[in-house]
Design a protein around this ligand. Structure first.
Ligand code: NDP
Length: 299
């Protein structure tokens, strides 16, 4: 029985935010201040919490945060007008539309209307294409955060067998592409699993690194891991619990059984989540640098 090292996402995210402060100072010296806008259509409480957190993060590091609310019942054209305004606003270097959007809105069309140079989530088809081609502009925040965590803990991906559980557009697929790149933070042999995968445990047991991005509480447990595996838990699930709020957050990994087998593991919360937030700030600073022509050193 081992006791896995706990990968501290808060600490690594803090280092990245500190590194970004230097870049933001460089921009300030040149008279520029990075700007990030968040757009929320409707009043979903979880989405409101997420955009509030993003705005607070901006304030803390010195990014100009602006927020636009769009009525949840408004026609798509009203949202599109907002996007056009943001595309044209030179003070806004990056922006995102919080998902989920209301049912009558086609999220893919929304993404297509974002200026790819301002698409700090990295979801626009042009940015997805560039990432797959090995010429990424904005790496999507969660996969990029996972890469930075691995790097911070000197966990080599080169030659490693990585099993990713989940093939979503925002986590599984871009992470698979990034780890596959012929690059120092890639060069892995990647297996991507999903709901139709047979014998999932055989795939996770074969891996040096397992990334769980499923949305199923505690799907991956210790019995599915080989001794010494590195476990990255992307999942954030609310499950009923006897707490003040009536719920607690758990990952897609059964932390207690996995930590006995793994060599290193991310907790939930405090693992991947803070990294996702930090990498959004990173992409915003990068966007500001590109749009203002002021070179900065990114962490
Ligand atoms: P999606 O629902 O978009 O994708 C889930 C993926 O898991 C799909 O590919 C699905 O397969 C697969 N899947 C579902 N059930 C199983 C199963 N039983 N066995 C194997 N694969 C399965 O989720 P996201 O990628 O958006 O998010 C995943 C998790 O990560 C969620 O808990 C989410 O809250 C969290 N998250 C956390 C972030 C963070 O910053 N920490 C950021 C983003 C997400 P199929 O494609 O066949 O349907």
């Amino acid at each position: 029985m081992t006791d896995a090292e706990i990968i501290d996402g808060n600490a690594v995210a803090g280092e990245i935010r500190d590194g970004l402060s230097g870049a933001i100072e460089t921009l300030a010296d040149a008279g520029a201040r990075p700007g990030l806008a968040t757009v929320l259509m409707g009043d979903d409480p979880a989405s409101q919490t997420y955009v509030n957190m993003k705005q607070r993060d901006c304030e803390e590091v010195g990014i100009d945060g602006t927020h636009v609310d769009v009525d949840g019942d408004a026609p798509a054209e009203e949202l599109y007008e907002t996007l056009e305004e943001l595309n044209a606003d030179s003070d806004v270097h990056g922006y995102l539309v919080q998902n989920p959007v209301p049912d009558h809105i086609d999220y893919r069309e929304v993404i297509r209307r974002i200026d790819p140079a301002k698409d700090v989530d990295g979801f626009h088809p042009e940015n997805v294409g560039r990432l797959v081609a090995g010429d990424a502009r904005f790496r999507p925040c969660t996969p990029h955060g996972v890469q930075k965590l691995l790097e911070a803990y000197d966990i080599e991906t080169e030659g490693a067998d990585v099993t990713i559980v989940g093939r979503s557009q925002i986590v599984g697929k871009p992470l698979a592409n990034l780890l596959l790149q012929k690059a120092d933070d890639g060069n892995a042999t990647v297996t991507v699993c999903h709901s139709r995968t047979e014998e999932l445990a055989a795939k996770t047991r074969n891996a040096d690194i397992v990334v769980a991005a499923v949305g199923v509480p505690e799907l991956v447990d210790g019995s599915m891991l080989a001794p010494g595996t590195v476990v990255i838990d992307v999942g954030v699930n609310r499950v009923e619990a006897d707490t003040e709020k009536g719920y607690e957050l758990v990952g897609d990994v059964d932390f207690e059984s996995a930590r006995e087998v793994a060599s290193a593991i991310t907790p939930v919360p405090g693992g991947v989540g803070p990294m996702t937030r930090a990498m959004l700030l990173y992409n915003t600073v990068r966007a500001a640098s590109e749009q203002t022509g002021v070179d900065v050193a990114l962490p």
